[in-house]
Write a protein that binds this ligand. Structure first.
Ligand SMILES: [Zn+2]
Length: 115
């Protein structure tokens, strides 16, 4: 399992780079390289057989959500255009009330004393 990738037309710079990489990679023994390559193959097989099908399933499931999100957005847009500014959606900000549902900034009406 030689990692040498000697190019017949390699430049001096490419040669230096190759020798540098070889000096690093050759610290491992042949059996260590073989064992590691087996682990790498096992990892790739595991990802291909176990992980990729689930990722594909998730992508398909997400695709089925897209038209539902579009419908939700359409319903929300209609509710924003007909917003009644419900009490629990209002936040007071100085002289204004801001509706957290439709984001309208509403002038604060004169408050009557409660009886
Ligand atoms: Zn509103």
């Amino acid at each position: 399992m030689s990692q040498t990738r000697k190019n017949a037309n390699e430049t001096a710079e490419e040669r230096q780079e190759r020798l540098f990489k070889e000096s690093v990679a050759n610290h491992a023994t042949r059996s260590e390289k073989t064992a590691w390559a087996r682990k790498q193959a096992n990892l790739q097989k595991f990802v291909k057989l176990k992980v990729n099908p689930i990722e594909e399933h998730i992508r398909d499931t997400q695709a089925t959500l897209v038209p539902l999100y579009d419908e939700v957005n359409g319903m929300r847009e209609e509710m924003v255009s007909s917003c009644i500014h419900p009490f629990d959606m209002l936040v007071v900000d100085g002289d204004y009330c801001i509706c957290r549902f439709c984001n309208k900034k509403l002038a604060k009406p004169i408050v009557m004393d409660e009886e």
